[in-house]
Design a protein around this ligand. Structure first.
Ligand code: AMP
Length: 592
């Protein structure tokens, strides 16, 4: 497939205003790709060069891309920069320059998608001294062999700003239509995705082996499984009812989730975070323990890594454990503040996929193959049949400085990538305050007025993710809690992803001064979830009035944008509705 064709599909994708139209265009595009191209085409459309867990990033700086454009079109850097300032989009600037200089097709051979992808991959992975100049030259070389429209997307991609607005769910639906002509195979494709976290690989399997290949998709060592997530319920009685009267209850540790892949024969261990980043290098003590404290040949197990004082039995607060998530001073920190892993699940062992085994069997096997008294321990747990037993355990955990409990269905499979009632968490809730923070996606921002005029930034419009419709629904404006530095940073970052019109996957009634592509996530704390006709989160008809959910007194926590979360990983509309219900019940019980 020629990249020229891909670029024309991208242009179409940019021009549509409905998600369904987007899926149709993407379906046509995926159909047109060859078996050995679809993987790269999917990555490229996602704006990446590899699945997230491989950590290959491109993100060239403006200045370097400007130099490449100048070099390939014969313009001066100043001319390119002027055009960039005028259009606000270096991709468009590159396209305009290429059109004017008519340098297209020097070699005469049109580039295919794989040529472009490989060239971009090379640019991203070039490092060391002199690499800056090499990157500029390599990008210039690629541009000079490309038509103006191709230049638009190559430059945006190279800067990490492709912004086609296609989320995982959109791509999965298009793959479903490509494979079966219907959108209904999405769930099966999603299951495969949840097992390997690699959309490119799912697409390639669908193309090469059809739906049969997708249905037979198996866990592979060193490809992270998308983690199972917990639902919430406010009371022990409700949890037990959901669990049919009997369940396991585990301590909920407030640390870092670690998915540990172990191949003892080859002495290889990889650790993935909840967001599937590869964090192996940061935790040498866990790598060592995985090789010495686990007795089977190979395994994938999961646990919570947390700093813990063996003498006093005290768990450190999250803020301390998180300090271990760093790339420098790793050795010193691992000696100063070693972590323990409280293992709670086992998904694979000695070549066998264990995800379809009931939890009780997975746990039994986990306890058989891990020593359990070294760096890797087992999560504390009891089996309960009465709400009072669960409540007592919960209170006891809180008194021990833990976050709460996670109840687990004894007979459930490991349900990758989904929030299901096979795991239910219960955390302490504080009076009058939401106990959980909420991860919202920025969809727009406001111009600064009054004292903020100098920053050009006055606040954010934020949304939650509706995973059923794959849309972002607004839930709040955020106007307070910004430091001067944060305002500068937000404005600078968001200006790069400004959108001339409301992005296709945003559902909003309020209009910010500037729309931005749903890309960045911020964590907020709020006093309360309220109902509001202004916001589209969970909008439904209530006594003849269209009402959605909103946040009261939202404030940003954690200092700014989250680098570890993508927009599709924000809090979902469904969770907001559940939190609202939980809040209502807590209020009722407090009033009683
Ligand atoms: P939350 O992040 O509040 O949705 O809660 C789910 C998280 O709790 C998981 O992602 C784990 O990182 C963490 N966790 C701590 N202890 C356990 C446990 N015993 N079982 C499952 N998850 C746990």
């Amino acid at each position: 497939m020629l990249f020229e064709k891909v670029a024309s599909y991208y242009e179409k994708l940019e021009s549509v205003s409905s998600r369904l139209a987007m899926i149709d265009i993407m379906t046509d595009m995926l159909k047109e790709s060859e078996k050995d191209e679809i993987k790269n085409l999917i990555y490229m459309t996602q704006g990446v060069l590899a699945p997230a867990f491989e950590g290959v990033q491109i993100g060239m700086a403006d200045k370097l891309a400007e130099e490449s454009i100048a070099l390939s079109t014969g313009k001066t850097k100043e001319q390119v920069n002027a055009l960039f300032r005028k259009t606000g989009d270096l991709g468009i600037a590159a396209e305009e320059c290429a059109k004017e200089t008519k340098l297209r097709k020097i070699s005469g051979k049109k580039l295919a998608i794989n040529d472009v992808f490989e060239a971009l991959h090379k640019i991203a992975t070039t490092s060391g001294s002199g690499s800056k100049d090499m990157k500029i030259k390599m990008l210039a070389g690629l541009l000079s062999n490309s038509a103006p429209l191709e230049c638009r997307y190559i430059v945006r991609f190279a800067m990490g700003q492709l912004r086609l607005g296609a989320g995982d769910a959109t791509i999965l639906e298009a793959l479903s239509k490509m494979s079966t002509g219907e959108r209904t195979a999405k769930e099966k494709l999603e299951n495969a995705y949840n097992i390997c976290s690699d959309l490119g690989e799912v697409g390639e399997t669908a193309k090469k082996k059809g739906m049969e290949g997708i249905e037979n998709f198996k866990v592979t060592l060193f490809k992270p499984i998308r983690p199972a997530l917990a639902e919430r319920l406010p009371t022990a009685a409700e949890i037990l009812e959901k669990m049919h009267g009997k369940c396991a209850v585990e301590s909920k540790y407030d640390g870092l989730r670690a998915q540990i892949h172990i191949d003892k024969k080859n002495k290889r261990v990889e650790i993935f975070s909840r967001r599937l980043e590869n964090i192996t290098e940061m935790f040498p003590e866990i790598v060592k323990a995985a090789l010495s404290e686990v007795s089977c040949e190979s395994a994938i197990l999961e646990g919570e890594a947390i700093s813990y004082d063996e003498d006093t039995g005290q768990f450190s607060p999250f803020q301390e454990t998180i300090q271990r998530k760093r790339k420098h001073g790793v050795k010193e920190m691992s000696e100063e503040m070693p972590l323990h892993v409280f293992a709670f699940d086992l998904m694979y062992i000695n070549g066998e996929d264990y995800m379809k085994k009931p939890y009780r069997e997975r746990r039994d096997m986990l306890e058989k193959v891990v020593k359990g008294n070294g760096t890797i321990r087992f999560s504390d747990r009891i089996i309960v049949t009465k709400p009072s037993e669960m409540e007592k355990y919960f209170e006891d955990r809180i008194a021990n400085g833990l976050e709460g409990i996670v109840a687990k269905d004894l007979n459930a499979y490991y349900i990758a990538g989904a929030r299901k009632f096979s795991w239910i968490k219960m955390k302490r809730s504080y009076k009058g305050e939401l106990s959980d923070t909420i991860d919202v996606v920025i969809v727009g921002y406001y111009r600064g007025r009054g004292s903020r005029a100098e920053f050009g930034f006055g606040g954010l419009l934020a949304a939650v993710y509706n995973d059923r419709t794959d849309m972002f629904e607004t839930i709040t404006k955020i106007g307070t809690g910004f430091t001067d530095d944060m305002m500068k940073e937000f404005k600078k970052t968001l200006d790069k992803i400004k959108s001339a019109k409301k992005p296709v996957r945003v559902n909003a009634l309020v209009e910010p001064d500037f729309w931005v592509e749903p890309k960045y996530v911020v964590t907020v704390k709020a006093d309360e979830i309220t109902k509001s006709p202004m916001h589209t989160a969970g909008m439904h008809n209530e006594n003849g009035i269209e009402t959605g959910y909103a946040l009261r007194f939202p404030r940003i926590v954690g200092g700014g944008m989250r680098q570890d979360k993508s927009a599709d990983e924000a809090t979902t509309t469904k969770e907001i509705i559940e939190m609202f219900e939980q809040q209502r019940k807590t209020k009722l019980s407090e009033a009683a």
